[in-house]
Ligand binder design. Structure first.
Ligand SMILES: Cc1cc2nc3c(=O)[nH]c(=O)nc-3n(C[C@H](O)[C@H](O)[C@H](O)COP(=O)(O)OP(=O)(O)OC[C@H]3O[C@@H](n4cnc5c(N)ncnc54)[C@H](O)[C@@H]3O)c2cc1C
Length: 430
């Protein structure tokens, strides 16, 4: 049995927050010290705002240190579906934003000198069915025409140049995507936010928020597990860990578990055979697998092996499911030891889109649907601009933010087993 431990955390000394008591007042209180909250904190503190970040655990404790480190262009939904739902203009702006998200991460990594193995290695989507591959050509054509962005199709007989697996029907490559070590990245973001003057208070759980005027200024009283603070503006960046302190948001977010295994370090030649161009890879299923090499040549292989958020039980169960999935893709790894397994929680909204805006007077951004490394960083910056300047050009703030059909959801995802079964069926039939 592999160790139940996030491999990325073995590669980093996570940055520490502040031991100071909470300030009596701040310009902005940010809830959550992941990519979303910390990139907002960095940006606002650099503009001179007094910022306090409330984190119930430690810096990067949430999905931001646990993910695959794939810095991906595009959105969860396909371009044709986006255009038919939102129209050409808004889709164009959202897609352009998705390309900018990669530049945003790259600029922060460079400006803040974050050593996180950021590399523009591109991503590869592989087709599990002929019909999925046939759709790639259509997508490439629409993306080139509508968004002036070039992807390439890789036919089955040339796929060996991209991946050492023979089970797929072809692939689609986007050279703009990148990869990084997420734990090092979030640690670097945390350190940069602190350097810029933000107070990051760990082990500080937001319990509830009330509107309160202080010395004639409208704002919010935040009650936490370590006392009270007051802020003129509040930004919620809690993603899949959104809880009862923000009930209106909680009802709009479905927390879904995602799990990862990492093998022992592979011989150089085997690593090169599995992923000759070191791509960030994912397949075309609803119940998908995503995988890549780590900078020290482990195979990191993830998927939604169990739908429920992480627990000892779901993590142990996922280790074997994912190992079997990995061997199906790469029979070469049959005798390779799996050394680590861990899980984390992804935030899905009911339309599978990222959302940003204001709810009950609170700013928020979430709903990254497993595409959050780049988008969460970007949303943190966009929301910082909105809070500081009072206006925004964030296209994700313009789309409707649906709740559960018929309102049948209070934040406890009772329907996950049904959703899991539904997506498995979809993968058989579509
Ligand atoms: C296993 C896994 C693999 C993934 N792989 C990828 C990938 O390869 N590429 C990609 O783009 N995306 C991926 N994602 C998604 C990506 O990691 C997330 O979208 C992103 O990290 C979200 O960042 P965040 O800052 O919004 O939230 P998080 O990093 O989850 O941070 C939220 C924080 O809020 C805190 N919090 C919650 N409630 C409170 C409260 N009441 N008071 C104080 N603090 C609170 C939590 O403790 C947590 O630390 C993956 C996710 C998982 C789980």
């Amino acid at each position: 049995m592999p160790r139940e431990l996030n491999y990325w955390l073995t590669t980093v000394q996570m940055s520490a927050g502040s031991a100071e008591p909470l300030p009596e007042r701040a310009d902005v209180a940010i809830v959550g010290a992941g990519f979303t909250g910390l990139s907002a904190a960095l940006s606002l503190a650099k503009r001179g705002a007094k910022v306090v970040v409330l984190e119930s655990e430690t810096i990067g404790w949430g999905a931001s240190s646990r993910n695959g480190g794939m810095v991906l262009t595009g959105l969860k939904l396909g371009v044709n579906q986006l255009i038919s739902t939102y129209g050409r203009d808004l889709t164009r702006r959202m897609y352009t934003a998705s390309l900018e998200t990669i530049d945003t991460v790259e600029a922060i990594v460079k400006n803040e000198a974050i050593e996180c193995d950021f590399s523009r290695c591109g991503h590869l989507e592989v087709a599990c069915k002929q019909a999925h591959f046939d759709d790639y050509a259509r997508q490439v054509e629409v993306i080139a025409r509508e968004f002036n962005h070039q992807l390439s199709v890789v036919p089955r007989d040339q796929l060996h140049g991209e991946i050492g697996s023979s089970i797929y029907y072809g692939g689609m490559v986007d050279e703009v995507s990148a990869g990084l070590n997420p734990a090092r990245y979030v640690a670097g973001l945390g350190a940069a936010a602190v350097r810029a003057g933000a107070q990051v208070s760990e082990q500080t759980r937001l319990q509830n928020i009330q509107r309160e005027t202080l010395d004639g200024a409208p704002g919010f009283r935040l009650n936490t597990s370590r006392g009270k603070t007051w802020a003129r503006s509040v930004f919620i960046g809690t993603s899949g860990y959104t809880g009862s302190a923000t009930p209106a948001l909680r009802k709009k977010v479905i927390p879904i578990g995602s799990y990862i295994i990492a093998t022992e370090v592979l011989p150089e030649a085997l690593a090169l055979e599995l992923s000759p161009r070191n791509r960030q890879i994912y397949d075309s299923k609803h119940y998908l697998y995503y995988y890549r090499l780590t900078p020290d040549n482990r195979m990191l292989f993830g998927g939604r092996a169990a739908f429920f958020p992480e627990s000892g039980h779901t993590i142990r169960k996922s280790a074997e499911i994912l190992r079997l999935g990995m061997i199906e893709v790469y029979p070469q790894l049959r005798d390779i030891k799996v050394e680590y397994v861990w899980g984390g929680t992804i935030d899905f909204c009911f339309d599978m889109m990222p959302h940003a805006g204001r709810i009950d007077g609170l700013y928020f951004a979430l709903g990254y649907a497993g595409h959050g490394v780049a988008m969460a960083t970007y949303q943190g910056l966009k929301m910082a601009n909105w809070i500081a300047d009072g206006e925004t050009d964030n296209p994700f703030a313009e789309i409707p933010f649906p709740g559960a059909p018929l309102g049948l959801y209070n934040g406890k995802p009772w329907f996950l087993p049904f959703a899991g079964a539904y997506y498995k069926v979809l993968d058989w039939v579509s």
